[in-house]
Design a protein around this ligand. Sequence first.
Ligand code: SF4
Length: 448
Amino acid sequence: MKKLYIKNFGCQMNEYDTSRIVEQLRVSRGYQRTDMPEQADLVLFNTCHIREKAEEKLFSELGRLHKLVATARQAAGQEPALFGVGGCVAQATGEDIFRRAPYVRLVFGPQTYHRLPIMLDRLQREDGHLCDAEIAPESKFDELPQSQEVGPIASVTVQEGCNKFCAFCVVPYTRGREWSRPVADILQEVRHLVAQGAVEIQLLGQNVNAYQGMDSSGLTHDLALLIRKIALLPGVERIRFVTSHPADMTDDLVEIFADIPQLCTYFHLPIQSGSDRILQRMGRGHSREAYLEWIAKLRAIHPDMAIASDFIVGFPGETEEDFQETLRLVEQVSFDHAYSFCYSARPGTQAATLPDPVPSQVSTARLALLQERLNFHQLLRNQQRVGHIEEVLVEGAAKKGSGELTGRTPGFRKVNFPGPAAWIGQIIPVRISEGLPNSLRGHALNSP
Ligand code: SF4
């Protein structure tokens, strides 16, 4: 049995792509996934291009792993393993990867991984290397086998690419233009995943609320209508979607939280900066005020709505006053969760050539201050869950503490609590007894 070692970097869409790659190579070429790279015949990296650090991390990890695998296989008298790089770095840099890492023989993009079996066959027959990083005309989804190894939470990509061209972002260049999957294909994949045991369906998109898919009658569905259709499918107990853009918000996307009981009360809505001046420089296409109005509407429609966001500090031209605007917005919204980073210039993006760079020590200091406030609010909002009963979807055994389980609330908070392994994959009502910085603790209402 041939062995595959695959390392994933970056976002949930990369995780989704990685799981489809594993499944496809298992079904089509008999590869079995291994966590031990030195055992692997095929070593793949599914990469992220969002920040410089991510790209540098890739090449140092590639070098380290190649040395480890080459030594082990030589000692065992085996053929060298085949190394391949996929994902957004592959899409953005293509053949240049062969120059930086000459032992890599295969480069493929997020839109061409459905061609991997054929590419591998060719590399078995011929020497040299192969790069296929085009934005494929045919839909990869039509070529991929259905997932067989499905956990309690299953992801479904509904939309790919982005037309927003935010000044700091590489996604429109690495994932192409916005494209929405046909409604029938999504419903069919959800039915299959539920039949395989999925309890929660996570709908994924770079700009998931830009979804505009067609059904067989030619009717265009936005995300709200798609979710209404998915909620009607038997066995769908929970629905969640990430990641939305403030400029694509609609009132219906708020109202569905009142109509659809399966919809998890979690909304990931990146703001990036609290300053209108910086939002404009970033080309975000919305104002601070418009953003706050959507937050108010979301919290009004469901009191338990958990709001998550993304922040970038140190964007070119950001003044101390712009940064103070971001801090004031954080105090005003009190986010349940947030991702935050220093601005990282990406080759080919508009911002990469903008004047007035923010010195890195200023950027780092601002990030530390911002994260201190974000963590303060995350802890505060976790502590406010004490005494509440949360419907926890049990994902598995907790890392720490024997006899403990871990799972997620509708607000995407992690909860650890005592309980039997038999509850894995079930939704268990848990009374919250403690709010911690990154998780909650509690006890099942019907303790065994
Ligand atoms: S909306 Fe902006 S940040 Fe998000 S993927 Fe598109 S270009 Fe990137």
